[in-house]
Design a protein around this ligand. Structure first.
Ligand code: AMP
Ligand code: MG
Length: 401
């Protein structure tokens, strides 16, 4: 019995756990999920710092109309002045430099004049205590929980981790994924195409999809339409992986050997078939070691759709990524085809208009038309109780990156 998309996703997530963690350098941590909460060992900024180029002064000195203050030193970014500012004195200071002891305000350079011999600075007007001082810990207090476990590390997170002096954050390790394409007809691009042969487009497409979804591709293999060969090739591909993805050979034809091969290799089917178009034969199986197998249909669009709908959430869950998918409604700008009893996934381009999101389907929506995937940014989900969504009607969409 085929299951619905939602049942299939729920069944996948029931079999997935967050993987273990590893330490990586900040330069390798982009896009990874943090495994542990990041807590601040120190204040950021670590000291009271100047927010301006100017002079560090005692604010009380400026209470009278004009203050003439003796210059007793300079505080530069990276080197403190090493003097104490007292009543009647000032220290030249740069943005980001430590505010010297005794000073309690910064007067910006533009509001001052320097004596001819540069020994004194004249300040006109009263300066408030604390002006242009960035207090230690203003951004982050020592002990504060700054980034939660599970957060995706983007450029800003990498910067914050650096400022917390965490050069090797603990991140969830990447799922190890093997890819196996099946089909006697498949030929690599760059090789001569025999009669009846076609290019293996799933290999590069799904390899890229695995990489983009945060997985580590351990191997990419191919096997012809033969049961014994399929068992042997899949057995080898399964070595030391968290997940195997196969394409093709999962339907009911006489040359479809993936399901029997998986059974021989000790895998148990969680579901075989999803009420989905394209992608109906999609099969999901697990073994006792918790290795996941997604057996995807061979049609390139079906394979990529099924990857998007089921494999991406599995990889997200293994990576400990908190990615919330907000169901969004959009207006169909053209009729969207449906299929009774199955959810039809229509590849679309979206646009934001005054009344909200709109979607328009790309090209022919047949499952062998791979160019229907070019330039898409949204999938429209036409429910199985509709033959079509008419132009102007609302439809549920999911954005794709
Ligand atoms: P199958 O699921 O094996 O019945 O294949 C369905 C369709 O997808 C057939 O037209 C296959 O030739 C095609 N196909 C299968 N695998 C690939 C692949 N790796 N690249 C491109 N097309 C494929
Ligand atoms: Mg085939």
């Amino acid at each position: 019995m085929a299951v619905s998309i939602h049942e299939a996703r729920a069944a996948v997530l029931e079999h997935v756990a967050v993987l273990g963690s590893e330490e990586v350098g900040l330069d390798d941590a982009l896009g990874r999920a943090l495994a542990d909460d990041a807590t601040a060992p120190n204040h950021v900024p670590p000291f009271d710092a100047s927010a301006m180029d100017g002079y560090a002064i005692v604010a009380a000195d400026t209470a009278s109309a004009t203050a003439r203050l003796e210059l007793i030193g300079e505080s530069k970014a990276g080197s403190a002045a090493g003097v104490v500012v007292t009543v009647g004195s000032a220290v030249r200071i740069s943005t980001g430099a430590p505010v010297p002891e005794g000073a309690d305000a910064i007067v910006q350079q533009e509001l001052t004049t320097l004596d001819d011999d540069a020994t004194h600075v004249v300040v006109d007007g009263a300066i408030r205590r604390g002006l242009h001082v960035r207090p230690a810990g203003e951004d982050i207090r020592a002990g504060e929980l700054v980034i939660h476990a599970g957060s995706l590390l983007g450029p800003a997170e990498l910067g914050v981790l650096a400022s917390l002096n965490i050069p090797r954050p603990c991140v969830v390790r990447r799922p190890r994924v093997a890819l196996a394409g099946t089909g006697d007809e498949l030929t690599d691009p760059g090789k001569p195409l025999p009669p009846g042969g076609i290019r293996d487009s799933n290999g590069p497409a799904l390899g890229g999809a695995v990489h983009r979804a945060g997985g580590e591709l351990t191997t990419r293999v191919r096997v012809g339409d033969d049961l014994d060969a399929t068992v042997a090739v899949l057995r080898a591909a399964l070595r030391d992986v968290d997940m195997l993805i196969t394409t093709g050979g999962v339907s009911v034809g006489p040359h479809d050997h993936v399901r029997p091969a998986l059974a021989q290799l000790g895998f148990r089917e969680v579901f075989a078939g999803v009420k989905l178009k394209p992608g109906r034969p999609t099969t999901f199986a697990v073994n006792d070691e918790g290795v996941l197998v997604f057996a995807l249909p061979g049609n390139p669009v079906s394979a990529l759709m099924a990857f998007r709908l089921f494999v991406v959430p599995a990889l997200d869950a293994m990576l400990g990524r908190e990615r919330v998918v907000h169901p969004t409604m959009a207006t169909a700008d053209e009729e969207l085809p449906g299929a009774r009893g199955r959810t039809t996934i229509v590849r679309c381009r979206s646009s934001l208009q005054d009344d909200g999101w709109h979607v328009r389907p790309t090209r022919s929506q047949d499952s062998h038309i791979l160019t229907s995937m070019l330039g898409i940014d949204a999938l429209a989900l036409v429910p199985g109780d509709r033959d079509a969504i008419a132009a102007g009607e609302p439809v549920e969409i999911e954005f794709v990156g």
